[in-house]
Design a binder for this molecule. Structure first.
Ligand code: ACM
Length: 531
């Protein structure tokens, strides 16, 4: 009798634990009401699409289910399916509800994006193998529940630097695939650097012929001063850019291109030296990491060139923001340049810092005149901007605070929380990284609601972003290792309600979610497990 009772109790505990484990969602939803029972997908079941806006999402679902199972799922217009996509115009832009009962699954949304996020949640509620690409004989059940969900922030971003190392179109698609699973909606594509220019510009073919290739790359850490002696290069044709943008759009991800100026432009100068401060200088695409002193000169010819480049860039990216860098522009060459010093006098400027502001303001005016909005690193704030320009705060949050106080929209991307090229574990055992110490718990601890801002000013903080700089990251597998799981901390801060933030609970959920990441073959770091 005693044994029988113990068995009963143990069975009850197991059921509870099992149910708990099945709700290990990342990012966690706004509201989740667990219920008894499960919905089991049946052979030949249909996915009913109540509005054509949901057709692409329903297709993604049936394709995935048919890849991993022999259920033979199909979609149809209308209602009364096993899984139903239902239009609910009262829901917000990215919001959804998901109701799983023993009889059916109902998904409500007002947009394709909302339905897409419901799909991501649904896949996480299914067995981990459902997220993979292998056929599995296991049946697919979903624990009953009602979920009401919507994001905390509209901007949930990741940046990938393809200037230091080039990543193929397939790599970028993979990067986007994983972002989408975790409801990240903005891909900031850092396309130009001192060490490489990566985007085809039809009017200036030397940018791809010359600026896209460097002679060699650094081996080991910067301080070792060693080189590999091997050329490194690559660029995206405009067709490839369009292909990536379309792919991202299909996953409800907006792509923001970044074209760096006036600093981080040495690769450009290797092809067009007349745009530099010393037109007689022989520039080369940089081979060393670090910030180059070779910067653009604020000549009329330079502005004309950049306007041509931006015109082609703007035609490729349908989103409203164009990132123009603006960070880390050393002023040494402007100090030494007779042209720059004369221009400072002529314009009545105080110094080279005001000259940088003049540079950014001119580009800002141009971008704004074309109906787009300028975005730049927090250095752009120094000289006054058009009201619709947005600031990306990377040197901590101070730039973001100032920008919000000046009524500019802000993306918080503080390096000490969100620079994913920093070590996430012990530097003695982790693969080579730039430095720093950024464990998962530190990323998770970032809070975008800042005491320095009033409620009104806080509204200007539109979201957060983590950045994958690639001086030490020369392949997509390693990029993934540095990105995950820290990008999941970002995803949860950006999506889930502030009141639910709880690192120990997040860590536990993440540990239970790992089989899904394994099924997707995500090369995540396990450093957090023992931290
Ligand atoms: C930056 O890290 N220079 C934006």
């Amino acid at each position: 009798m005693k044994n029988y009772l113990l068995t009963m109790i143990w069975t009850a505990i197991s059921i509870c634990l099992h149910a708990q484990n099945n709700y290990n969602l990342i990012p966690q939803p706004n509201k989740l009401m667990p219920q008894q029972g499960v919905y089991t997908l049946k052979k030949g079941m249909t996915v009913a699409v109540g509005n054509e806006l949901f057709t692409p999402v329903a297709d993604l679902l049936t394709t995935q289910l048919n890849k991993v199972s022999t259920l033979g799922v199909s979609s149809k217009k209308g209602s009364n399916g096993g899984i139903n996509f239902i239009m609910n115009p009262s829901l917000g832009k990215e919001a959804y509800t998901l109701k799983v009962s023993s009889k059916k699954i109902d998904i409500e949304a007002s947009t394709g994006a909302g339905a897409f996020y419901a799909l991501q949640t649904l896949l996480q509620l299914m067995p981990a193998s459902t997220s993979g690409d292998q056929q599995t004989t296991a049946s697919i059940s979903v624990p009953n529940c009602t979920i009401e969900d919507a994001p905390r922030f509209g901007y949930r971003g990741l940046m990938l630097d393809v200037g230091r190392y080039f990543f193929s179109v397939a790599d970028i698609k993979r990067f986007l695939d994983v972002m989408a699973v975790y409801k990240l909606n903005t891909f900031h594509w850092h396309l130009t650097e001192d060490q490489g220019w990566r985007i085809e510009i039809k009017k200036y073919p030397l940018l791809t012929q010359i600026s896209s290739v460097r002679k060699e790359s650094m081996l080991g850490h910067y301080r070792d001063r060693k080189f590999d002696g091997k050329p490194h290069g690559g660029f995206y044709t405009q067709d490839q850019i369009r292909e990536v943008v379309a792919y991202a759009t299909s996953k409800y991800i907006n792509v923001i291109p970044e074209i760096e100026m006036p600093g981080h432009s040495q690769a450009l100068l290797a092809a067009y030296p007349q745009l530099g401060c010393n037109p007689d200088k022989i520039y080369q695409v940089a081979t060393r990491w670090g910030v180059s002193e070779d910067v653009l000169a604020p000549r009329e010819e330079t502005f004309a060139f950049l306007e041509d480049v931006l015109t082609e860039v703007m035609a490729l990216f349908p989103g409203q923001y164009i990132h123009i860098g603006g960070d880390e522009c050393p002023k040494t060459q402007w100090k030494e340049s007779r042209f720059c010093q004369n221009l400072i006098k002529q314009l009545g400027l105080k110094d080279e810092h005001e000259l940088q502001s003049y540079f950014i303001r001119r580009i800002d005016k141009f971008v704004t005149s074309k109906g787009k909005k300028l975005l730049g690193w927090d250095e752009i704030l120094e000289g006054g901007l058009s009201p619709n320009a947005m600031v990306m705060s990377w040197r901590g949050v101070q730039g973001g605070i100032e920008a919000a106080k000046q009524k500019h929209d802000v993306v918080m991307s503080p390096n000490s929380f969100f620079y994913l090229d920093y070590y996430q574990g012990d530097s003695k055992t982790e693969p080579l990284a730039i430095g720093g110490n950024l464990p998962l718990s530190k990323s998770y601890s970032f809070e975008p609601d800042l005491p320095e801002l009033t409620e009104e000013e806080t509204k200007h903080v539109v979201g957060i972003q983590a950045n994958v700089w690639t001086e030490y990251i020369n392949n997509i597998k390693y990029a993934e290792y540095m990105t995950y799981p820290r990008a999941l901390a970002l995803s949860e801060i950006a999506w889930s309600p502030k009141a639910k933030k709880d690192f120990p609970a997040f860590k536990k959920r993440l540990e239970s979610h790992l089989p899904h990441m394994d099924a997707m073959k995500i090369n995540y770091s396990k450093a957090f497990i023992t931290q």
